[in-house]
Write a protein that binds this ligand. Sequence first.
Ligand code: IVH
Length: 731
Amino acid sequence: MNADIDLFSYLNPEKQDLSALAPKDLSREQAIVELERLAKLISHYDHLYHDKDNPAIPDSEYDALVLRNRRIEQFFPDLIRPDSPSQKVGSRPNSRLPKIAHRAAMLSLDNGFLDQDVEDFLGRVRRFFNLKENQAVICTVEPKIDGLSCSLRYEKGILTQAVTRGDGVIGEDVTSNVRVIDDIPKILKGNNWPEIIEIRGEVYMAKSDFSALNARQTEENKKVFANPRNAAAGSLRQLDPNITARRSLRFLAHGWGESTSLPADTQYGMMKMIESYGLSVSNLLARAENIGQMLDFYQKIEAERADLDFDIDGVVYKLDQLDWQQRFGFSARAPRFALAHKFPAEKAQTTLLDIEIQVGRTGVLTPVAKLEPVTVGGVVVSSATLHNSDEIERLGVRPGDRVLVQRAGDVIPQIIENLTPDVDRPIWHFPHRCPVCESVARREDGEVAWRCTGGLICPAQRVERLCHFVSRTAFEIDGLGKSHIESFFADKLIETPADIFRLFQKRQFLIEREGWGEISVDNLISAIEKRRKIPFDRFLFALGIRHVGAVTARDLAKSYQTWDNFKAAIDEAAHLRTILQPSSDESEEKYQKRVDKELISFFHIPNMGGKIIRSLLDFFAETHNSDVVSDLLQEVQVEALYFELASSPLSGKIIVFTGSLQKITRDEAKRQAENLGAKVASSVSKKTNLVVAGEAAGSKLLKAKELDISIIDEDRWHRIVENTGQDSIKI
Ligand code: IVH
């Protein structure tokens, strides 16, 4: 047993759930255990948040953990751990971007949640400076932007370096990335800036840009971001600035780091100077002379929060006088002269009216809660995401329940609690059919999502599938891109793959379409005609069956050689699956394993396990899918893969293509070579067996001659391919 666990059970013998106890009620032993738990938990969330751009819990819950940690430490100051979150700024940077040490540390802010925390802050200032009753403490007030802090270094007015906060000591070099942000001047305006000044602020993404980005990501089948902050972090911390450039980031300055001189003697004055250099500074920045004004400002901003186009999570107060800032100083983690006054999470109660299922473009079924409209933080919310069936189960929600709704990261409303779990109501079952096309929905082992299996016919997925169908690695139809598919689909010109091959019947109609003409239509039709014959593996891959990628399709094609053989095997396996019945003493899991085992040995294809087989059988079991395939087979001819790779004289040989090929692309040549069992290399060496020289071949050809390697021209290559590798050539 591990020593830690021993100590744990010793200190907390009853294994009590300490998280339910208030900090003041903890015994010393319990505090030790609880502080350790919090340190580990918070560091885990830090890691997810900073390194993975993936917050696992809402900020408000995270803040509550940090606050609890701090409160316990206030009761037991001698128990503060070296790895306590109160001693750290953030987690270490962890991307492949170069690391840069900050010249002046980039610290965090102390948080307050209650008006009392603001009073305590002012009390600390008053005591420290020994102020009289009537002496005012002036503070700046401004929104706390939920972005990603960044330090911009200007030398002689020129942007020379940009670094993220990282762990406060070492950050990541994002200089080339920030150069594409419009809000960040490459050269400062005017000429009365300090010789060197590091301007610090937040890189963030506007809510409107965030929604547009996520819509684009979904469309391109890429990861969507949980909130604008993560989208901003993910977009800034890119190795390729071109990606950053497409992401519409903004910057708002809120301070400075190293500076060779200070052009003003107040925080407010400094920010106005920074604004005059051409950087954006919040137009909500103001000065407050007493606690009343500070709290008024807080309330005013909170009321405006929902209408701002960027996420904020509180306001920040800073002592205005720079000499006071300096005297009051810093703790290891944060400036003492500033306080972040956070907003409470925005929550409201309402009734769950219904659970609807939305089908995404890749077939994922997402449950959406339909709510009785309720105002949450100034915004009317009538639906919330439920993520997946696990989440519904976790919450135990059913239509009719009262629920607690929260706007997380200010964007996507979420249900955080079922307030009526005990009311007698039937459990809500996740549907096992797609609500759009009625095909069977499946959830695979180890996956959370249910997916519709009707890929080719499901209206929600068709466009995506058609795009895959014509893509370069599938049918490779030149000139039929995503935008064409989308518009042809919208106009019902192409609804299934077979329609593509019937497009020629609409030639005249197409010619009259906007943006098309005789030449472009004829080019498209001839590109389509070229693909009426298609190798078996490409055909299978083009169907877009889940888990049947190019490699699996090839393995299947090699094994069955003709489509008919393959289809017969599928039918037989489907039959086998239906006759394998569970025995009475067998668990569901055991039965599934037995079925998988039988099917795997039936197909007997290396690397083809139960998951792929189930997916194949499910696909063909749907009559809609089989119909689409049969219809397509009326239009195209699937070519068999007859030759035996091992017997090809090219099998195992290394081939280099050089120069430009006239009849086929490099990709196709590579594929042909691989079909014959050869490997394709990009450079000529002693190991090369054959060089195929196209037109204007250069250095590789010379090298091949030098090394006395067999060289053939493109025509000869085509003869070899046509003879499926049989040629008199000796290599
Ligand atoms: S002042 C010494 N002002 O909040 C750090 N920070 O939770 C002084 N932040 O790392 C920071 N808005 O990135 C300041 N108006 C604002 C801010 C702000 C957002 C960020 C900042 C800091 C984090 C701390």
